[in-house]
Design a protein around this ligand. Sequence first.
Ligand code: ADP
Length: 176
Amino acid sequence: MPGVGKGTISKRLESEFGIRHISTGEILRKASQENTEISRKIRGILNSGNLVPDDFMCELIKNEIRQDEKKFILDGFPRTFKQAQVLSEFVEIDATLYFTAKQELIIKRLEKRAKDLEEFREDDKKEIILNRFKLFEKNIELLLQYYRDRKLLREIAAGMDIETVFKHTKEALELD
Ligand code: ADP
C-alpha cells in the first residue's frame, strides 16, 4: 500500500543486514529532478499519483538489479501483474512481503508526512493520495494471487510500531 512503511523497513534491512535497498519511488523521484524531457514526463506522472508505464519501469529495474550481485529488496516493485511477470523472467525471488494496514491509518500517516517540509512530496496531497490508493486497489488482487499461487507471499501487519513490524519482517524472511 502507498505509505505503509515499506521504505522505512527496507532501510533497516539494508543497514542491519546489508541487503541492498532498491526503491523505485526514490529512483524515480531522483530521475524526475533533471531538466530533460523524460524527467518532466516522470515528474508529471509522480505528481499525479499515476503509475509509470510498465515497459519503462521494467527496464529501469533490470538495469538497477544488474549493477550489483548482492541480495536485494525491491521496494515498490512489482506494482502490476505485468511487472511481476517480467521480473520472474529476469530473477528468482525468495519471498514477497505484503504490508497491510487500515486505509484510515495510512491516510493519517501520509497527511502527517505531507506537513513535514523535509519530507514534502507533491503526491502526499489528499486528492493524489486517493488516486494512489485507487491504483493500488486496481492492481493488488492479481499480484497477491500470483505470489500466493507460487507460495511466496508473506503478509505483515504494518499498522503497529516500527520495532514490531521490523521484528515480524525478520521472522518472515528468516533473518535474525
Ligand atoms: P508509495 O509507496 O508511498 O506510493 P513510492 O515512493 O513507492 O511511494 O512511489 C511513488 C510513485 O512512484 C508512485 O505513485 C508511482 O507514480 C511511481 N512508482 C513507484 N514504483 C512504481 C512501479 N513499480 N511502477 C510504476 N510506477 C511506480
